[in-house]
Design a protein around this ligand. Structure first.
Ligand code: FES
Length: 219
């Protein structure tokens, strides 16, 4: 088991400031991840504290996340800022969205289950080499130990808690593993150098084969 509580949740470039809300996972916890216009990233429980609607269904209005159901708005501090359908209602001061520590490193958004703070260094195993190029994230229906075992078979070597270094389609690569549940793992694959279009297509095809091999071994 990994002791670090930081998990590589999604590539930073998936988040467009003030525009989109992306689903992520942290050890079985479903997250709503979004970036404010000032660039800060929020990682929240994907559940509205009003009536439980998924926050990823909402939208960002004036740097607040607006829930899709009744339109309640939540600030980047996770507190309620507006109840548009009933503006005379006092804002519920104690109603907050559950939020998680979040940091960015090496092109990834890392989220902690609360045991690690952004000052901790456990996110340092992100692919930080200059020129790292995002290849693909794949969801694999297998537990993380099965994914790690297959990575070893493919010649990858572990570096830190989450990163594996090796080659994808003969290109130097880093794969970051995020254990979601006992039956689901997400692998975020990065290439060390910018590939040609043909090389990228080959690398993405090899990742699909990699997933097929792991899932076949699970059955
Ligand atoms: S469920 Fe989100 S505002 Fe009501």
């Amino acid at each position: 088991m990994q002791s670090q509580s930081w998990q590589p949740v999604l590539p930073s470039h998936f988040l467009r400031a003030g525009e989109n809300i992306v689903a992520g996972f942290l050890s079985g916890q479903e997250l709503a991840v979004w970036r404010s216009r000032t660039g800060s990233v929020q990682a929240w429980d994907n559940r509205c504290p009003h009536r439980g609607t998924r926050l990823t269904l909402g939208r960002i209005i004036n740097d607040n996340l607006s829930c899709a159901y009744h339109g309640w708005e939540f600030t980047t501090q996770a507190s309620c800022a507006a109840i548009p359908a009933n503006p005379s209602l006092p804002l519920p001061k104690n109603l907050r969205v559950k939020s998680f520590p979040v940091t960015e490193s090496g092109g990834m958004v890392w989220v902690s289950n609360g045991e690690a703070q952004p000052s901790d260094q456990s996110a340092a195993d992100a692919p930080s080499a200059p020129g790292s190029f995002f290849c693909r994230s794949i969801g694999i229906r297998a537990d993380a130990s099965g994914v790690r075992a297959t990575l070893e078979l493919y010649g990858f070597k572990a570096h830190g808690a989450h990163a594996w270094h090796g080659d994808i389609a003969s290109l130097p690569a880093v794969i970051l593993i995020n254990a979601i549940t006992s039956q689901l793992t997400v692998a975020h694959a990065w290439l060390r150098n910018e590939p040609s279009r043909v090389e990228l297509t080959k690398a993405q095809a090899e990742l699909r084969i990699f997933r097929r091999d792991i899932e076949a071994n699970q059955n």
